[in-house]
Ligand binder design. Structure first.
Ligand code: HEC
Length: 188
């Protein structure tokens, strides 16, 4: 086994420890990473601002979803509105897309870009490498197709959803990253 491989396994062990913390509800460490479409949608369902039966079975473009959202009193800022629109365009109608879902206030909602980032982007390097990058959609998709990333088990739809989320919500300033997630940011 190469030293690099051993190192990667060590890093994966540390990262899966962090992921386990998140899975047990102690995800405060990751609060600095903005909500994705799944959480934003779940909140709007809970508030009664959007109706599940009108959303979950609909197929609309990102522009159409954005217009719908802008016509409602959601309280979301423009980046959140766009994040939700991109999520809905990529994941609805949920039953026809076949991706994994997560229980969100009693609704089975497809995973969003934040969920995918937490799940797939911290086993080889710290998540900071990902969320501090300010890049275009093409650049994100390019990284996903590099030899170092091409084996990650995501569908093309999920990669697109991840890219859309990170274009809107990445580029987080290092000052906003918890100290525990700064050290060793470039361990590879
Ligand atoms: C299988 C291991 C592995 C996983 C999982 C992984 N990465 Fe990486 N990543 C690497 C390696 C190795 C490098 C440094 C070498 C390189 O850039 O190819 C890197 C570097 C990067 C960089 C900086 C270099 C660049 O491409 O400009 C970004 C951004 C990045 N990864 C994003 C991601 C995202 C997003 C995910 C989750 C979908 C992810 N990584 C998951 C192995 C991984």
């Amino acid at each position: 086994m190469s030293a690099a491989r051993k190192f990667a396994i060590g890093a994966a062990f540390v990262a899966s420890g962090l992921a386990a913390l998140a899975a047990h509800g102690q995800d405060d460490l990751f609060d600095f990473i903005p909500d994705g479409g799944r959480t934003l949608l779940g909140d709007l369902f809970a508030a009664g601002t959007m109706a599940p039966d009108e959303v979950l079975g609909s197929s609309r473009s990102r522009e159409e979803w954005l217009a719908t959202i802008q016509g409602l009193d959601t309280g979301l800022d423009p980046v959140q509105q766009d994040t939700l629109a991109a999520y809905l365009a990529a994941t609805m109608p949920a039953a026809e897309r076949g991706g994994q879902t997560m229980d969100t206030g009693g609704h089975a909602l497809p995973r969003d870009g934040r969920d995918l980032t937490l799940e797939y982007c911290q086993s080889c390097h710290i998540i900071t490498v990902v969320v501090t990058q300010d890049r275009s959609r093409e650049a994100w998709l390019g990284t996903m197709n590099k030899p170092s990333h091409v084996e990650i088990k995501t569908t093309q739809d999920e990669r697109a959803a991840l890219a859309d989320y990170l274009v809107l919500n990445g580029g987080i300033s290092i000052e906003d990253v918890p100290i525990d997630l700064r050290a060793g940011g470039a361990t590879y």
